[in-house]
Write a protein that binds this ligand. Structure first.
Ligand SMILES: Nc1ncnc2c1ncn2[C@@H]1O[C@H](COP(=O)(O)OP(=O)(O)OP(=O)(O)O)[C@@H](O)[C@H]1O
Length: 232
């Protein structure tokens, strides 16, 4: 998947400015950068929910397929009166349509995704009544249930306890091993070092791209954050 000269923003507010980057297939790409640097906007553009003002996101024939986009939990509605199981089951709608009954396989996928995120015991609870971290796990499980070819996650491990962070790591590794292209954002530089590929953003521009250990250098981080003393 390639992003060419991509500019995008909100209304008249430009955010991404002429970003050109390659996102390797069946690998994990991490997007790193300061608050407001455009990481979520880039994910939104990859997902097709933030339209480019110029440039394009191009998916090669080999990359064609379904996209799942897991947004930050703060953007997800807390007020919908649905259970965790129903939330995860919504992940099957893209395949099934919202009014069709789920098949036995659909239901098995839903249970397995909840198990992988360690939330089976929360299945009957209302989504809005969960803690932030529990809700975040449910949203990641919903993303997994889509069985997408491109999995986009906005700070999937932010605010999670250590056990949940480990599960997310394992799940993302599994996805990559099964051929899914994974792109996620993080503020955790140790986590970022585990990815195969890294995009460093600063003020809507791509500052560097490549293997994390060559991108996340002290110099590059200081340039991105505009302050000394940041290190991995
Ligand atoms: N829906 C929106 N409407 C208007 N402006 C927005 C919207 N979403 C983001 N922005 C603005 O776009 C810029 C980039 O935001 P974005 O969320 O992409 O940054 P980010 O790198 O993901 O930040 P963070 O690390 O805080 O999550 C910010 O200046 C933000 O205020």
């Amino acid at each position: 998947m390639t992003v060419r000269n991509l500019s995008a923003g909100y209304g008249r507010r430009p955010v991404l400015q002429r970003v050109t980057a390659h996102i390797p297939r069946a690998r994990t790409t991490v997007v790193v950068g300061p608050n407001g640097s455009g990481k979520s906007t880039l994910l939104g553009a990859l997902a097709g929910v933030v339209p480019p003002t110029s440039g394009a996101v191009a998916r090669q024939a080999l990359d064609a397929g379904r996209t799942a986009f897991v947004v930050q939990r703060s953007e997800a509605s807390d007020v919908l009166p649905i259970t965790v199981r129903e939330t995860v089951a919504m992940g099957r709608w893209a395949r099934r349509g919202p009014w069709r009954r789920l098949t036995r396989r659909d239901r098995a996928v839903v249970e397995s995704c909840m198990a992988r995120l360690g939330i089976l015991d929360l299945a009957s609870r209302q989504l809005g009544a969960l803690s932030g971290g529990q809700r975040q796990r449910a949203l990641v499980a919903q993303g997994l249930a889509q069985e997408a070819d491109l999995l986009l996650l906005d700070e999937p491990a932010a605010g999670l306890d250590l056990e949940a962070q480990r599960r997310i790591r394992e799940v993302l590794d599994e996805q990559r091993e099964s051929g899914v292209t994974v792109v996620h954002t993080t503020h955790d530089l140790t986590e970022a070092m585990r990815a195969d590929h890294c995009l460093l953003l600063g003020q809507g521009r791509l500052l560097a791209a490549g293997p994390p250990d060559s991108v996340l250098t002290r110099d590059a981080l200081e340039r991105a954050w505009g302050m000394p003393g940041i290190d991995v």
